[in-house]
Ligand binder design. Structure first.
Ligand SMILES: *Cc1c(COP(=O)(O)O)cnc(C)c1O
Length: 222
């Protein structure tokens, strides 16, 4: 099936409360444009440099999602346009995003990346750290970021029960953090689910799925 068919088919299956982020990393702008022409506007990249290049070449009404690990010294390159940063895993990073956002008079929406997988390779903070950050005075002083949800990645495994357990854990963490809402902390998004597990993620409460290969085909890293 074509990219257009893939994305239309996928979206026709999604409940209304679930946003699809089409993950276009490593794919050419022509592929993104094909998806764009179906009316789709949310795209995700995991490298800042690549996202900036695509942003410059493509229509400006695209909503760009940074879904990868973010190095603090690169935040400045995307601060003028990024729509949502999924991978916020420390207060230091959040403070840098706040600083760069203020340079453009923007408020940048961010998600706390919570470590739910067992693998060491997956980034993220603990629920405890997230809870400490939002209750700190330093956090309240940040005027140019808003935490709008949480993001998590399940362990890479065929064990559905294990994935489900991890997704359920993220939903529980979301529910407990949500009690603390304030001016820069308004939880509404649970970003979880990829090509292989988005169905399960939705069953477990996901409101935002990040799907790449299921739409654009397998990635070639050569
Ligand atoms: C690449 C990536 C995805 C999409 O993965 P697929 O399996 O191709 O759907 C989702 N989330 C993150 C953080 C990624 O890096």
């Amino acid at each position: 099936m074509s990219i257009q068919q893939n994305i239309q088919h996928l979206k026709s299956q999604l409940p209304n409360h679930v946003t699809l982020v089409a993950v276009s990393k490593t794919k050419p702008t022509s592929d993104i444009f094909e998806a764009y022409n179906t009316g789709h506007r949310h795209f995700g990249e995991n490298k800042i440099q690549e996202m900036v290049e695509k942003y410059e070449q493509l229509p400006k009404d695209i909503q760009w999602h940074m879904i990868g690990h973010v190095q603090r010294n690169k935040v400045k390159y995307m601060a003028h346009f990024v729509n949502l940063i999924h991978g916020v895993d420390s207060f230091k990073l959040l403070r840098e995003i706040d600083k760069q956002a203020s340079n453009f008079g923007r408020i940048i929406n961010c998600l706390f990346q919570i470590k739910i997988a067992e693998e060491d390779s997956k980034f993220g903070m603990s629920a405890k750290t997230a809870s400490e950050i939002i209750q700190s005075k330093e956090f309240l002083e940040l005027k140019n970021v808003c935490i709008t949800g949480v993001m998590g990645m399940a362990t890479f495994t065929d064990d559905t029960n294990k994935i489900k357990e991890e997704f359920n854990r993220l939903k529980t963490i979301f529910d407990s953090l949500k009690q603390h809402s304030n001016i820069n902390f308004k939880l509404e998004t649970i970003s979880m689910g990829m090509s292989g597990d988005y169905q399960l993620a939705i069953d477990c409460g996901s409101t935002m799925i990040r799907v790449g290969s299921h739409i654009f085909g397998e990635r070639n890293y050569n």
